[in-house]
Write a protein that binds this ligand. Structure first.
Ligand code: NAI
Length: 484
């Protein structure tokens, strides 16, 4: 028996969890459940992260959390317990598999085009750190973190998973044509890892093109890997290809702790009525069983689910409206009564069990802290983000008074578009300029030189933010303004 932590969740959570566990029990799945207190009702009891210390301890000692949807209390300053859980336990890879389910009609199933796509989304970084500031009353800035170790970690997971699945193609979705440094780094890591997997066809597609191709020829894709925000959007797009969020499982995988959940919410409008569809949570349950090496249980139940769907058996939210809808409990019973039946389409193979006991160990050393990059690094200058509602030539004149012997003013941009020394009269300006100061004759400057420059510039402007201009060898570690 493998012990796992189970959090029933809020809203429809307890109903769909009950349905799924009743199916597991009927199939004699060798799991033992430790129920933990997590969710909105735990917030309401005064636990600000939405879980009790005992819940946290149980999850950390077992390494697997199977969870129902949880409500995020409304109001500023309250973080989603779902996001907190993913971040606290560093579940860096979000794996969502989208497959055609016969009985769940979509435009593709009607056209006979099979969909079988796995989207791996980086789950920690990107804009999801929520590091945001108002630079002026009119200008908001979000920081986007893409790191080399974070990217390598999730990309390596995706390649390993693709190899185990016997996938042929793995595609990186990105926007490196525009975000050359952040998405550029992710893409660079993708091809670095790809070298270790010559048996897989690794390619990349710009994310907008990817979306268009996914909705026209979804059958061309196998595994797609993306950064966090793009992955968030593309994975919901893929859910739409197979019938919506009700058919979209989700696994949040980490090295120590993994979380399996449905991606839909708590459905407050139907909570307590015993009419919710448990399929998404059940599909996430299969991902968990396979993660734990319980291949036979996963295949037995999945074949029963597929057979049930093929029979047109449904809950009220999908399928042929001319046929009666079952409630949650009846739907679970229908699946149980179909154990042993083979679906006509894509029956799952009965692979041998390979039971895995999750090993949880605390990090005493963080390997991601060690950077392998040891190129010579110098500071070439600084970008100062200034607040001003004056015209750009006035801003330039004021800056030029204070450059001193070490710096030259290279460019001024507004919302990323260069407005000085050259620009266009058609550029609309907002009250925040980014002024780039580089060292004269390309020499290195020190942080103290930059602080001195800032002191002088601060006599004219409010400096809202600063960013160093680093050079690694002969490579600029910063982007150019559009038009520069
Ligand atoms: P929702 O997914 O709960 O509901 C959207 C619509 O889909 C509703 O009409 C609902 O009845 C229907 N629906 C959802 N799941 C269903 C199911 N299994 N069977 C049948 N119908 C289903 O999204 P909403 O209303 O935006 O969010 C409600 C709450 O859920 C919020 O507090 C939100 O923060 C939370 N949430 C939690 C998530 C999680 O725990 N991973 C994910 C998304 C939202």
């Amino acid at each position: 028996m493998t012990r796992i932590a189970v959090a029933k969740g809020d809203g429809i959570g307890p109903e769909i969890m009950q349905a799924v566990l009743s199916i597991f029990d009927a199939a004699n799945v060798p799991l033992q459940y430790e129920y933990v207190d997590m969710g909105k009702w735990v917030f309401d009891k005064g636990y600000s992260n939405g879980m009790t210390p005992e819940a946290q301890q149980t999850i950390e000692s077992l390494g697997i959390l199977f969870k129902g949807p949880m409500e995020t209390p409304k109001g500023k300053g309250v973080k989603s317990v779902n996001v907190t859980a993913r971040k606290t336990w560093n579940t860096y890879a979000n794996n969502r598999t989208f497959q055609t389910l016969h009985g769940v009609d979509t435009v593709f199933s009607k056209a006979g085009i099979p969909v079988d796509i796995t989207v791996v989304r980086e789950n920690i970084e990107d804009t999801y750190g929520g590091i945001e500031h108002m630079l002026t009353h009119d200008v908001a800035l979000s920081r986007r973190f893409i790191t080399r170790p974070g990217s390598l970690q999730v990309i390596r997971y995706a390649f390993e998973m693709a190899k185990k699945k016997g996938t042929k193609r793995i595609t990186c979705g990105h926007k490196a044509n525009i975000m050359k440094i952040t998405d550029g780094l992710f893409l660079e890591c993708f091809y670095e890892v790809a070298k270790d997997y010559p048996e897989l066809k690794a390619d990349d597609v710009i994310v907008d093109d990817l979306c268009m191709k996914l909705v026209t020829r979804p059958d061309l894709f196998d595994v797609v890997i993306l950064t966090n925000l793009q992955g968030d959007i593309v994975s919901d797009l893929c859910a739409g290809l197979v019938g919506g969020l009700g058919f979209a499982p989700s696994a949040n995988i980490g090295d120590h702790i993994s979380i399996f959940e449905a991606v839909h919410g708590t459905a407050p409008d139907i909570a307590g009525k015993n009419i919710a569809n448990p399929t998404a949570l059940l599909l996430s349950g299969f991902a968990m069983l396979r993660h734990l090496g319980l291949m036979k249980s996963a295949a037995t139940i999945e074949n029963a689910l597929l057979y049930t769907l093929e029979q047109g058996i449904r809950t009220g939210d999908f399928g042929d409206r001319n046929k009666p809808a079952l409630n949650t409990t009846e739907f679970a019973q229908a699946i149980i009564s179909n154990f042993g039946k083979q679906p006509q389409h894509n029956p799952r193979p009965m692979l041998e069990d390979m039971p895995v006991t999750p090993t949880v160990f605390k990090l005493d050393k963080n390997p991601m802290l060690e950077s392998k990059d040891n190129e010579v690094e110098i500071i070439r200058g600084v970008d100062l983000f200034l607040e001003s509602n004056e015209q750009h030539n006035v801003v330039a004149e004021k800056c030029l008074k204070h450059t001193g012997p070490l710096f030259k003013l290279v460019t001024i941009s507004n919302r990323g578009t260069q407005v000085w020394p050259k620009g266009s009269v058609f550029t609309n300006l907002v009250n925040q300029y980014t002024c780039r100061f580089e060292s004269v004759s390309e020499m290195a400057v020190t942080q103290t030189d930059i602080l001195e420059l800032q002191k002088r510039i601060a006599t004219e402007f409010k400096i809202c933010s600063t960013e160093l201009l680093n050079m690694w060898g002969d490579k600029k570690a910063y982007s150019l303004a559009q038009g520069q």
